[in-house]
Ligand binder design. Structure first.
Ligand code: CMC
Length: 380
């Protein structure tokens, strides 16, 4: 009897969630009922993190209390700085991110508890510390001393401050904040699923987030933003975009990075917002090269995919590449920046998973040999 195989778990509902929902046909994304387009324009990353971890948006009083509860966690324990100094300077920064989370688990005397109070404490600590260790590694690998966090700044502003050592402008902080809100949560994506699968064994929260970091790094997931920038750098100018894209599409299994999605069949709403941000930054900076190359890539892909009758549109990683470039981030930092945002969504999912857990243990259809007779080693 043939059994159905859902390769890549495509189309499989593994659980229920109240955190977010994607309508891939309409191109809509909601966080607990609120449209991402509205949240991106009106809510801060702290507000959105509160929303993801609770039932609704905070009141002013709740938001102030929540923001204050993050601040004591901004500073990194000395062991984390030490471990970041030990990392090879040319390693992929996602190795540093994954290692820092693992080390934070090792130095937390209460790492093991999976009761919701403890997971909430770990969530506050990790959400506050992700910007700190991403920025610290960036400075250390460039031969600079890490900058201590400034408790007066929000997560977005503090991240920029700890990277450069200079107080960021309001405009730069706002763009960073929008990027964090857009990347905070996205349903059962690969890294969130990994986090929930690891948590489903009732191991500790740090182990789940360490695994999620490893999953986010892949070029089919959070690594795509760096791959998009790598492609734009390699192409070099607008007139060479068409040849580049056609070469990929004409090679077997070729994938143009930053396009396509498992769920969206129309344009990802986050890509629409980031496209506008990228356009604005290009106009303000006078450096429109990256935006124009991106537009040309979108045009060629639209034309070619229409010919094949496929719905393959830019995803969130596509325009975030040019945005991060114009904000001055090095290319290999793009995925760590994604992680700075996604920690809030990962933690929201850990709360749900630990609150109503069922071990994740799917099956596989065995297609190997059966009934073989064992031969002693000397007879093989
Ligand atoms: N370039 C060219 N063709 C594509 C692409 C692409 N980027 N994405 C999908 N297609 C085509 C593909 O050729 C396939 O055609 P056919 O059915 O004839 O073989 C069809 O669309 C379906 O593609 P798939 O790869 O089977 O679909 P999937 O749901 O398994 O993959 C994906 C989704 C995101 C892995 C894929 O679109 C991809 O590899 N994109 C490039 C990497 C990327 O940008 N990843 C970021 C994903 S979104 C945000 C995030 O998670 O970070």
């Amino acid at each position: 009897m043939s059994e159905t195989i859902y390769q890549g778990l495509a189309g499989v509902n593994v659980d229920r969630t109240q955190i977010s929902h994607i309508d891939g046909l309409k191109g809509e994304l909601i966080y607990r009922g609120y449209d991402i387009r509205e949240l991106a324009n009106k809510a801060s990353f702290e507000e959105v993190t509160y929303l993801l971890w609770n039932d609704d948006l905070p009141t002013q009083e709740q938001l102030s209390a929540f923001s204050e509860s993050l601040k004591p966690h901004y500073k990194l324990p000395a062991e984390i700085i030490e471990v970041l100094r030990l990392m090879p300077k040319d390693t992929h920064p996602m190795h540093a991110v994954r290692t820092a989370v693992s080390m934070l688990g090792a130095v937390d005397a209460d790492a093991e508890g999976v009761d919701l109070d403890n997971i909430h404490r770990i969530g506050l600590s990790l959400t506050a510390k992700f910007p700190s260790f991403v920025a610290a590694f960036e400075r250390i690998r460039n031969g600079l001393e890490p900058v201590n966090p400034d408790p007066e700044l929000n997560i977005a502003g503090n991240f920029l401050y700890m990277l450069t050592g200079e107080k960021p402008t309001e405009a730069a902080t706002n763009v960073m904040d929008v990027a964090l809100v857009l990347h905070a949560e996205h349903g059962s994506n690969a890294s969130t699923f990994v986090a929930r699968a690891v948590a489903s064994t009732l191991t500790d929260g740090y182990s789940a987030i360490t695994a999620a970091c490893g999953s986010l790094k892949g070029p089919l997931h959070g690594g795509a933003n760096a791959a998009v920038m790598g492609a734009l750098e390699k192409i070099g100018s607008v007139d060479k975009v068409e040849d580049y894209v056609m070469n990929i599409l004409n090679s077997p299994g070729g994938r143009v990075m930053g396009f396509g999605h498992r769920v969206y069949r129309v344009l990802d709403p986050r890509a629409i917002i980031l496209k506008e941000v990228s356009h604005n930054l290009a106009e303000e900076s006078g450096d429109s090269k990256w935006f124009e190359m991106s537009l040309e890539m979108e045009r060629v892909m639209d034309r070619e995919m229409a010919k094949k009758g496929k719905q393959v549109k830019p995803n969130v990683d596509f325009f975030s590449a040019s945005v991060y470039r114009m904000l001055g981030f090095p290319t290999d930092m793009y995925t760590p920046i994604f992680a700075v945002a996604r920690i809030s969504g990962w933690m929201a999912h850990l709360y749900e998973q630990y609150a109503d857990n069922k071990l994740m243990r799917p099956r596989m259809v065995y297609e190997g040999p059966v009934g073989r007779s064992f031969k002693a080693l000397a007879d093989r």
